[in-house]
Structures are given as structure tokens and as C-alpha cells.
Design a protein around this ligand. Structure first.
Ligand code: ADE
Length: 281
């Protein structure tokens, strides 16, 4: 069971998490999502959560007191929870981060909305994370995306036979193209190999297409990948199709199958033959 706690001024925005797979995961007790409106922790008469910036400037800033009070009221103690501040200034979220977070007992997301944070709020967070290099109206959509990405990694959430292991990004390569029936859709054919029933050839085709996709769509991922010995012929075939792929050859040329070394005895025989030849001369 993983608990997601979201500190937000707009808990109604999280309605999409009550649908589909995450709905079932919550009903099955695999995931718990707690929405905390930190306005409830404001102590002023008007329940203010923001104020003008010292030094002047446009906009309002979230005040520290309500968010500090909400964090102090969390169910898991420090060490058993991870507090994440959502902001476009944070590290960009990725699959590796989702995997790392999926072993935590409680993930706490602090969402701002419209305005910035009083700087002292940052000290509450174990990390500051951004959904991507763009500015949202608030942290809520980012929190929803991150909760979704983490929850599907919890065993049982995707169902018994489904696995998140082969997804794009969990193996560093993009996923290969997939097809279902019909084999011919308005003249668009499913590749013959997938209809062949030849499992080894299908596996080889999938790996090659997965490598191809990664090179063509996300060359930035190639720097960080490690190729396997069996990839060598696939990569050389891909170079024939897309000569630019050769730019990365340094990453796999060490996998080139070496010609088998001759045994000593046969070397001796070779020497003998050559000696004999020179005698003949
Ligand atoms: N709040 C506003 N923009 C954001 C972003 N890109 N990621 C996370 N939180 C945000």
C-alpha cells in the first residue's frame, strides 16, 4: 500500500484519479489518495493562504504558516515519507524517479496555484520536481501525472498478468510497434513476421524495431543506454537503413563478434608448412 497525500487549494481538480485503473487500485487497497486542502490550516479570520511579496512586485505568494501546519499534521513521520514540492524550477520528472518513489510508504505533493511560494516553504520538501519545461497554472496537473506514473508501478495495480517492465523508458529503449486484428486494415498490412508464429524471429524483430524507434525518435536517450551482444547484427542492419545511426557506432563496436582464435597445435602446423615451403624454394 502506498499513500499519496496532496496539499492543494483545489481538491476537486483530482476527480480524474477516481476513474479506471486508479479507482480500482484504491478499492483494492493498493493505493490510498488523501487530498488535504491546506486552507483548512489557515488561522486568520478570512482563512488567507497568500499575501503580497516583501519588496513589492506583481502577484501573491503562498504563506508559510498553513503549509507548515499541514505538513506537521501528516500521518507518516519524517523518514517514512517523501515530501515533493511541485514547481517549474525543480528537477524534471522521469520514469527513474517514478520507480524510486514507488517504494516509499507516503508521497506528499505540495501544489501551488497561480502564484509562487514563500521561499521558506522549500525547506519542507525533500525534493522539488517539475513535470516539464513549461509553466502550468498550478502543481495539481503535475501531481496527478506523477501519482499515475508511480501508482501503476505498484504490484497488482495493472492487474495480474500485465507488467510495466516492458514499457517504453523502463528499459531505456522505446517500445516496438504493436498490432492487433485485423491483419489487413484498409490495405495497411501487419508485418508478416508477426503472423509467422516464429517466436525467436518475432523477438529479434521487436528488439530491432525498438532500437530503430529510439534512434529515430529519441536520439538523446542513446547516450545513456547499454547494448547487448545480440544487438550487434541488428545495429549494423539499422545502419544500412539509416546511415546516420553509424554516428553512435562507438557505443556498440566492442560487441563485434571476434573471429575464433586458432588453437596452438594448428599454429604449429602452419609454421611447419611455411618452413617446408621455404625449403622447397
Ligand atoms: N507548477 C507550475 N508549473 C509546473 C511544472 N511545470 N511542474 C510542476 N509544477 C508546476
Amino acid at each position: 500500500m502506498i499513500q499519496f497525500t496532496v496539499l492543494t487549494l483545489f481538491p476537486e481538480m483530482f476527480a480524474p484519479l477516481q476513474e479506471s485503473i486508479l479507482k480500482r487500485a484504491q478499492e483494492a487497497g493498493l493505493v490510498q489518495i488523501r487530498l488535504v486542502n491546506f486552507r483548512d490550516y489557515a488561522t486568520s479570520k478570512h482563512k488567507n493562504v497568500d499575501d503580497v511579496p516583501y519588496g513589492g512586485g506583481a502577484g501573491m505568494l503562498l504563506k508559510p504558516e498553513p503549509i507548515f501546519a499541514a505538513i506537521r499534521d501528516l500521518s507518516h513521520p519524517i523518514g517514512k515519507r517523501r515530501v515533493i514540492l511541485l514547481s517549474p524550477q525543480g528537477q524534471v520528472f522521469c520514469q527513474k524517479k517514478a520507480k524510486e518513489w514507488s517504494t516509499e510508504e507516503e508521497l506528499v505533493f505540495i501544489c501551488g496555484h497561480y502564484e509562487g511560494f514563500d521561499e521558506r516553504i522549500r525547506e519542507l520538501a525533500d525534493e522539488e520536481v517539475s513535470l516539464g519545461d513549461y509553466v502550468l497554472t498550478g502543481g495539481e496537473p503535475a501531481a496527478m501525472v506523477m501519482i499515475d506514473a508511480v501508482a501503476r508501478l505498484i504490484p497488482g495495480v495493472l492487474g495480474e498478468d500485465a507488467s510495466s517492465e516492458e514499457d517504453s523508458h523502463s528499459t531505456s529503449f522505446l517500445e516496438y510497434p504493436q498490432f492487433t486484428r485485423p491483419a489487413d486494415f484498409e490495405g495497411r498490412q501487419v508485418p508478416d513476421i508477426l503472423l509467422s508464429g516464429h517466436h525467436a524471429m518475432i523477438k529479434r524483430w521487436r528488439r530491432k524495431e525498438s532500437l530503430r524507434r529510439t534512434f529515430l525518435r529519441r536520439p538523446d536517450l542513446i547516450e545513456a543506454v547499454t547494448f547487448e551482444a545480440d544487438d550487434y547484427p541488428l545495429l549494423e542492419e539499422l545502419v544500412l537503413d539509416h546511415p546516420n545511426i553509424a554516428l553512435w557506432r562507438a557505443k556498440w563496436e566492442h560487441l563485434c563478434p571476434q573471429p575464433k582464435r586458432r588453437r596452438r597445435s594448428s599454429n604449429k602446423a602452419l609454421v611447419k608448412v611455411s618452413v617446408k615451403k621455404s625449403e622447397d624454394l
